[in-house]
Design a protein around this ligand. Structure first.
Ligand SMILES: N=c1c2ncn([C@@H]3O[C@H](COP(=O)(O)OP(=O)(O)OP(=O)(O)O)[C@@H](O)[C@H]3O)c2ncn1[C@@H]1O[C@H](COP(=O)(O)O)[C@@H](O)[C@H]1O
Length: 108
């Protein structure tokens, strides 16, 4: 799973650096952040609807669409996968309210 995400993120970053004709990813970067964020919002809603309908196959497809668009957003904002993984790692063995942890990270 990890390497699949890494691989996809690398391709997405390549599309940002070297746009390709006919590439949906290049089209998104060309449209800019607002378009990318709109897609993240739409895909989030689609995950919720599919899940609410208890349609697990459709939910998986929508999760993949959402994950892809989040990676595009991350690339647009210069956020690395490592940053997200590090934060998840910090949280992994914690329980309870993580808000105080978040403040600590913000203050780094
Ligand atoms: N994983 C994905 C991926 N997931 C979803 N999508 C696209 O996301 C879009 C979501 O569908 P929608 O109906 O919501 O959007 P749409 O109507 O096509 O587009 P809008 O008019 O809303 O912008 C579809 O066009 C999908 O093809 C993806 N497009 C590309 N990838 C991967 O990204 C990499 C780069 O691919 P290119 O973008 O083709 O260069 C490759 O590894 C691809 O497999």
């Amino acid at each position: 799973m990890d390497s699949v995400l890494e691989g996809l993120y690398e391709i997405i970053k390549q599309r940002k650096d070297n746009p390709e004709e006919g590439s949906y990813t290049s089209y998104l970067f060309n449209k800019g952040l607002d378009k990318i964020l709109k897609k993240v919002g739409e895909e989030s809603t689609e995950v919720i609807i599919a899940s609410k309908n208890a349609d697990s196959k459709e939910t998986v497809l929508e999760i993949c669409d959402l994950a892809y668009h989040i990676l595009v957003m991350m690339a647009e904002q210069g956020i690395s996968l490592d940053e997200v993984k590090k934060e998840l790692e910090v949280r992994r063995n914690k329980t309870g309210n993580l808000k105080s942890e978040r403040k600590a990270v913000e203050n780094l």
